[in-house]
Write a protein of this length. Structure first.
Length: 84
């Protein structure tokens, strides 16, 4: 997934009107919550809905993540995978 994330970020920077601030925040979120995590290392052909559910449950238990941050995280994952 990391390759897809980097490709998506490059595309967004060159082809869209997304702000530098948003790009910086997205990269920070990737580095803090997704980079080198098991969920991003699973080959896409093997990734299942159950894998995603388990990951999301693990990062949201204890309710330490805000709804906005959680939605931003999902947007990063969706964008990376959709753009591939």
């Amino acid at each position: 997934m990391e390759t897809y994330f980097n490709t998506w970020m490059e595309w967004r920077e060159k082809e869209t009107s997304v702000s530098r601030k948003t790009l910086k925040e997205n990269r920070f979120m990737w580095n803090s919550l997704l980079r080198d995590q098991e969920i991003t290392l699973i080959p896409l052909k093997d990734l299942t809905a159950k894998d995603l559910i388990v990951y999301f449950r693990n990062i949201t238990k204890g309710r330490q993540m805000t709804r906005k941050r959680f939605n931003d995280l999902k947007s990063i994952m969706n964008g990376s995978l959709y753009h591939r």
